[in-house]
Design a protein around this ligand. Structure first.
Ligand SMILES: Cc1ncc(COP(=O)(O)O)c(C=O)c1O
Length: 361
């Protein structure tokens, strides 16, 4: 007999991408226990370090800030994020990573009679959270070009999630299309913009136009802070108020608030880093196409590639033998594709050289 609820007992749980042990000294390259170089392009981390202002903010943390509980609302961050997004601070809620907001949304909007819906393939955490919450997950398939499926508006979900840019495809759905979806559905539309910093547009305006829209942002990707765990929601104040009822009392810690605030305020460093990733994404895309891969245009910091002749799983295994990690899922519809994070030029050159050998047989 198990102590767990049935759906927890039978669940597989979320499977994070492999994290090789990394020495703290290097953010760009790490070594395995045996000392070999590892090229880690499997979890969409930004290959560039966070802004120096972040490390300065952390160094300036006072013992008193650790002795006391943090500001439960993270108001310093809210104010900075509000300015950047052209809203009032009441429209912002700090989260312990974007995943924290997703968990809150499932608790707040879904139960046995209130299903969630999302287009697939997408972020593999959504079905895991649906299972924990014991709500039905209505998965509506994207077409081959990853266009927004029209059926999504008709399934009557309490919570509809659209990941934009989508993971793992990297593709972008136009803001106008999401506006139509928000207007059509009766429930909440959560737009997961974890990767939007690498895109040309975002959906902030939709929060102002529609009362049922919530936007998720993450500092893990665009701000190189995956290790910090910080994200935020943008939504109407009345929606934020409702979400606060299911928030952990102190969901973001004092160090994280200070570091995230410093990061989001350093606009120049942020823009520079984003431009570097975008330029490298363009080069990586072209080089992969040159090696016989097909991949949709990416608006994110990763690409989703399929080779014309070589099987993705074989390529993946051969890359692992060379200590190069990309992401592979043995799931229907995506089992012949590899999701590759855009790295530094040096990391990507190591990957490309290995791929050249592998696809040549
Ligand atoms: C699509 C998507 N949404 C949200 C998140 C959550 O990001 P975090 O919790 O690191 O802010 C991730 C992380 O990989 C993601 O891929």
């Amino acid at each position: 007999m198990s102590y767990f609820r049935e759906n927890i007992e039978s669940a597989k749980g979320y499977e994070p991408g492999f994290q090789p042990p990394a020495p703290a000294a290097s953010l760009l390259r790490s070594k395995t226990a045996g000392g070999a170089e590892v090229v880690k392009l499997n979890t969409n981390e930004n290959p560039w370090p966070p802004s120096p202002a972040v490390l300065k903010a952390i160094a300036e943390i006072k013992a008193e800030q650790l002795r006391r509980y943090p500001d439960p609302m993270g108001n310093a961050f809210r104010e900075a994020a509000a300015k950047i997004n052209g809203v009032e601070p009441e429209w912002i809620m700090c989260c312990n990573g974007g995943d924290d907001l997703l968990r809150m949304a499932f608790i707040a909007f879904c139960d046995k009679r209130r299903p969630v819906a999302y287009p697939v393939p997408t972020y593999s955490l959504y079905p895991v959270l649906a299972n924990i919450q014991n709500c039905k997950a209505i998965e509506v398939a994207f077409d081959k070009e990853f266009n927004l499926p029209a059926r999504l508006a008709r399934v009557r979900a309490a919570l509809t999630i659209v990941c934009n840019p989508n993971a793992p495809s990297g593709t972008f759905i136009e803001v106008e299309e999401l506006a139509s979806l928000a207007a059509e559905i009766k429930g909440v539309l959560l737009i997961d913009e974890a990767y939007v910093d690498f895109a040309e547009q975002n959906c902030t305006e939709l929060v102002k136009q529609f009362g049922n829209v919530i936007i998720l942002r993450s500092l893990s990707k665009g701000y190189s802070l995956a290790g910090l765990r910080f994200g935020y929601a943008i939504a109407r104040p009345e929606t934020i108020k409702g979400l606060l009822k299911v928030k952990d009392s102190y969901n973001v810690d004092a160090i994280a608030i200070a570091a995230a605030t410093a990061a989001i305020k350093d606009r120049e460093y942020f823009k520079e880093t984003i431009e570097k990733v975008k330029a490298e994404r363009k080069r990586l895309t072209e080089q992969l196409r040159g090696l016989g891969f097909t991949l949709p245009e990416s608006s994110s910091n990763f690409v989703f590639a399929e080779h014309k002749t070589c099987k993705a799983k074989e390529i993946y295994d051969k890359l692992v033998q060379r200590n190069i990690y990309v992401r592979y899922w043995n799931n229907v519809g995506i089992d012949n594709k590899l999701r590759i994070t855009v790295g530094t030029r040096q990391q990507d050159d190591t990957l490309l050289a290995a791929l050249k050998e592998i696809v040549a047989g």
